[in-house]
Design a protein around this ligand. Structure first.
Ligand code: 13P
Length: 280
């Protein structure tokens, strides 16, 4: 089975009565079967996103081959997306390797430069039927080793989003509307009105980053308000490592390592199933 791009996968999701797609960061290969189990159990298509750090660690070919193969054997329509990347050469490398969707993150750049680079990435992607996510505004918190201080967080404005979309036509736009990457110290304050206004002005699928720690109620409201891709990363990592700390500390060195990992993968599957249920 081919890998789907974001737009194609969103169509499948809508046919199955979902309003939005979860896009779930994969942190290591051992977790991968749990993603497919969750998608199968919920009759959901699957969007897996990979940070540049994880792609380098696992290797692009291994990721493309294993995800394509599981998509086929499990009969789950799947999109393989490169998460936050501001390096054009690394984006091209992922496209050449077979990723079906990419994110160009120029949110830290001056507006015009973000537009120019986003256009360049879209120019590379469209002839290959690869979708492109762009970002406008600065989302706070820490992601793949990069940190945006809360004082540097900047909400996306309606006017800039409108102009940005008119000039670049991205397949999806990541917006800064109150979520942060990583674990929250307080409650996420999502600006639902800003979200609705941006959606009305752009008519483009919007992406909510920092899905970890967002309340179920906020998540449901966000997907009613124009969010069509929800990124969740930290939560699976936290569950997996937490279970492993428990099983590894109790086990013996000659126990099969899989016995330590099964509870961790089950916990990841459960997180994914709970999140997917919110997107209906
Ligand atoms: P969380 O790790 O906060 O869930 O955010 C993930 C994300 O937005 C990846 O781009």
């Amino acid at each position: 089975m081919k890998l789907y791009n974001f737009t194609e996968l969103l169509q499948v999701a809508k046919q199955r009565d979902f309003k939005a797609l979860g896009s779930f960061n994969l942190h290591c290969l051992e977790m991968l079967p749990a993603y497919f189990k969750a998608a199968k159990a919920t009759n959901s298509p699957l969007m897996i996103q990979i940070s540049t750090g994880t792609a380098k660690y696992l290797g692009h070919k291994l990721l493309v081959d294993s995800i394509r193969s599981l998509s086929e054997s499990e009969d789950v329509p799947t999109c393989l997306h490169l998460d936050h990347c501001s390096d054009l050469a690394a984006i091209k490398f992922a496209m050449d390797a077979g990723f079906s969707s990419v994110m160009y993150d120029g949110s830290h750049l001056p507006f015009e430069e973000n537009i120019a680079n986003t256009r360049e990435v879209i120019g590379m992607a469209r002839p290959r039927n690869i979708t492109v996510e762009a970002e406008l505004g600065a989302i706070g918190g820490s992601e793949d080793g990069k940190c945006v201080a809360m004082s540097d967080m900047a909400f996306t404005t309606v006017e800039e989003a409108k102009r940005f979309v008119e000039e670049t036509h991205p397949d999806m736009l990541a917006v800064s509307v109150g979520t942060v990457h990583g674990l929250y110290t307080g409650k996420a304050e999502i600006q639902h009105q800003r979200l609705a206004d941006i959606y009305a002005a752009t008519q483009t699928p919007l992406v909510l980053h920092g899905g970890t720690g967002v309340s179920d109620e906020d998540m449901r409201q966000a997907v009613q308000g124009g969010i069509e891709k929800v990124n969740v990363g930290t939560e699976m990592n936290v569950q997996w490592v937490g279970e492993c700390q428990n099983t590894f500390s109790k086990g013996k060195v000659n126990d099969s390592v899989r016995n330590f990992l099964v509870p961790a993968n089950d916990a990841v599957r459960n997180v994914l199933m709970e999140k997917i249920a919110l997107f209906r």
